[in-house]
Write a protein that binds this ligand. Sequence first.
Ligand code: GRF
Length: 194
Amino acid sequence: MKLAVLASGEGTNLQAIIDAIKDGTLKNVSIEYVISDNPNANALVRAKRSGIRQIIIDKSNMVNVLDSHFDAVDLIVLAGFMKILPSKLVVDRKIINIHPSLLPLFGGKGMFGLRVHKAVLESGMKVSGATVHFVTENVDAGPIIIQECVPVDSLDTPETLQEKVHVVEHKILVKAIQILQKGKYRIEGNKVIY
Ligand code: GRF
């Protein structure tokens, strides 16, 4: 299965996929490109280190470049990609996203990074977690493939919560790719059944 991974920042989720391919957790999976809208993204450094082709996009070429590269892969993974994809690119494509909360809570436009964890702490919730979902035209609202919880402790700060959630992100992103690779799932409404 050929992947394109889109990342704007640190790229630890990208790294989790790279590591899972290297250690055989993901078999017959390859990352064809890492695509970023941020030329300084550490994700690009990680891609380079692993010999993966890197593509940098900007506003002027984003739609055309993504359109052609998306056609060349089986699955597109948004792993901390900070741009919202125009619906033209989303329709009829298999795209997944990792989000650092238990969707449908704490998602949507503007909910990214520490903002998410700050909102979780302010809500008083005793659990948080991460979600991998299909990307649809509505931000963070597509069918949920997999989620995992982490406990919220009274001493947590947005930073410590982010750290805990990151650990489960790396696990469930790899699991989601395995589920999609097996292909034994179906989507009914907003549910993914497997
Ligand atoms: C993660 O928290 C992910 O859930 C969100 O962006 C962050 C990316 O982290 N979409 P990293 O760049 O993979 O370390």
